[in-house]
Design a binder for this molecule. Structure first.
Ligand code: ADP
Ligand code: MG
Length: 574
């Protein structure tokens, strides 16, 4: 018997934790404080891992990455008011990316509502714009069913973010154990298939294509459709192009991958099989001049409302990508067909790939110092373990890095995504490292950051060191946003006035020693200026399987990407 008179009682915090665990939710990221500290403690008690972060935004990014990587939502736990508001950035990012996420926010006491309570804010309303579902349980007894609904909503249909609001007075309230009924773990999402007639029509459109292309998006990665998509591509001998996070669904070095001829492939394809990618800015809306005006899209998506956005598709296949791709495969099993490998289209694509690859190699081989982006990524690619997670953000750092750094496995690239969010990198890297620790011990996480991007969540380096996550952080440092100044020009400039009046808004402090952020917390730090130093520090960082490291790589402050066919192609992801 308990001495505190709480025999047979259970706290609201414990009910929340148990309800989450019952729904097979296993990771919680957050920052504790009034009124949610007890929820984090209770989570640990029921066997949920709790990772304390330094900013709710980064915690929310991390939780959402867990959802993408495991298919089961992670939780972001935040305090009321400002805590929740900091988390909104992560919620919006998750929802835009179609990634499952549960945000649990403490809120002020119900009895003080509208009175100007501590950190009072209309949280349920605030979250509605960034989520699929946003609610406050009416009582402690209602918590298990609300949490089941939140988890289910986050993974059914198009995945996304869900919010559960917990008033402060719920957290420590004790109720009779017998009054709580936990709801059974929700079933995995039901698998939906496309209409047979539409599948037949799609197969016939593909068979008649003169210049076909398969586009593989992060929806395909999330759907675990890698096996069936690879079969379709190989069996029909189709060229394919991954979107930034579709990279790795089929390995980047597959002979059918035409990523190095991306613009050309998009511009001249006459039939495009779109597997889990939206025709948004990343894919130039599917419109001319980046595409043929009469290109036939075969659009595969789980979300009916997505079908027909910006372009009227030739065929719409509403359903789960894996299931629908298998349906397509059945058609090609019945009547085998393959796209002729000797076609003019393949020749055009191969030639363009060759010349683009030669150009990158040439830039990479430049011996001048400071290094350019291509030289840096060439040396990084040389040493990357094939099975590692690559997290990346920044402007040129992310865009150029994507073309050089290869992915060989699905769901192993995480970047700024649909929303183009800067500051996601460290949260994503922490999530990947935590998941890897549980599921693939020894697997490495490489986080490639621009110097500006690093600044958004830089203090999460302390989190990395606290949990001893052997992440290799690369800061590709050009002293600025898009570009910066070298030290001499910076000093010269300051002769003309105060930095607030003369410094270009793009510039950051030149020659910053970001590696000290890592050494401050006990990790390894390297400052590198030459290819040899880069090679050596990277070798040491990868050999060290217990400590995190940060390699601060100085590059030419005015370095940019190579000339593009489309001269306005200067923005992220294009
Ligand atoms: P990318 O950034 O790679 O272009 P998007 O995030 O724009 O990808 O698109 C992903 C699409 O995948 C979304 O429209 C989403 O509805 C869809 N999707 C997610 N999961 C599935 C699934 N299991 N089956 C089919 N479509 C899915
Ligand atoms: Mg920069």
């Amino acid at each position: 018997a308990r001495s505190d008179g709480l025999e047979g009682q259970v706290s609201g915090a414990r009910v929340i934790a148990q309800a989450l665990k019952t729904q097979d939710v296993n990771y919680m990221f957050g920052i504790v404080g009034i009124p949610v500290t007890e929820i984090a403690l209770a989570a640990q008690e029921v066997g949920i891992r709790y990772i304390g972060m330094r900013n709710e935004q980064a915690a929310c990014y991390a939780a959402s990455a867990v959802g993408y990587l495991t298919g089961r939502p992670g939780v972001c736990l935040v305090v009321s008011g400002p805590g929740l508001i900091h988390g909104l950035g992560g919620m919006a990012n998750a929802n835009m990316n179609c990634w499952p996420l549960i945000v649990i926010g403490g809120s002020s006491e119900r009895s003080q509502e509208t009175m100007g309570a501590f950190q009072e804010f209309p949280q349920v309303e605030a979250c509605r714009l960034y989520s699929k579902f946003s609610a406050r349980p009416s009582s402690i007894e209602a918590i298990p069913s609300i949490i089941e609904k939140a988890v289910r909503s986050s993974i059914y249909g198009r995945p996304g973010a869900c919010y559960v609001d917990i008033p402060a007075d719920f957290v420590n309230l004790q109720v009779n154990v017998n009054s709580i009924k936990y709801v059974e773990c929700c079933m995995p999402p039901p698998v939906s298939m496309a209409e047979t007639s539409a599948v037949r029509m799609a197969a016939s459109v593909i068979r008649n294509a003169k210049q076909p292309l398969v586009i593989i998006g992060k929806g395909a990665a999330y759907a675990h459709a890698e096996e069936s998509i690879r079969k379709l591509v190989e069996q029909c001998k189709l060229p394919f192009l991954p979107t930034p996070m579709g990279k790795g669904v089929i390995r980047d070095n597959h002979p059918n991958c035409v990523a190095a001829a991306r613009s050309r492939a998009l511009q001249f394809a006459d039939v495009i099989v779109l597997l889990g990618a939206r025709l948004n800015w990343i894919l130039h809306f599917g419109l001319p001049p980046r595409y043929q005006p009469d290109v036939k899209f075969i659009q595969v998506d789980i979300c009916a409302e997505e079908l027909g956005n910006n372009v009227r598709p030739a065929v719409t296949l509403l359903g789960d990508i894996n299931a629908v791709t298998k349906q397509l495969l059945e058609q090609f099993d019945k009547t085998p067909w393959q796209y002729p490998p000797e076609s003019e289209w393949w020749k055009v694509l191969r030639e363009k790939m060759k010349s683009n690859e030669a150009l990158s190699k040439e830039l990479a081989s430049k011996k001048s110092l400071p290094m350019n982006y291509y030289t840096v990524f060439y040396h990084v690619q040389e040493q990357l373990p094939r099975d590692c997670f690559v997290v990346s953000e920044g402007a040129n750092t992310m865009d150029i890095g994507r073309t050089v750094l290869q992915n060989y496995l699905p769901r192993h690239r995480l970047d700024a995504g649909t929303f183009g969010t800067m500051g996601v990198g460290l949260g994503f890297a922490i999530a990947a490292a935590i998941v890897a620790k549980d599921r693939n011990p020894g697997k490495r996480v490489i986080c490639v950051e621009g110097d500006s991007a690093f600044g958004f969540s830089g203090m999460e380096v302390e989190t990395i060191c606290r949990y001893n996550l052997p992440i290799v952080l690369l800061v590709v440092n050009n002293n600025g946003i898009y570009q910066g100044f070298d030290t001499d020009s910076w000093k010269e400039m300051l002769k003309f006035g105060d930095a607030t009046t003369v410094a270009p808004p793009m510039s950051l402090l030149p020659h910053s020693h970001y590696e000290h952020v890592m050494t401050a917390f006990g990790g390894k730090g390297y400052f590198v200026q030459t290819p040899e130093e880069l090679q050596k520090s990277l070798r040491q960082s990868l050999a060290d399987t217990t400590n995190p490291s940060l390699i601060n790589i100085m590059i030419e402050p005015q370095a940019t990407r190579k000339a593009q066919d489309f001269h306005w192609l200067t923005q992220s992801n294009l």
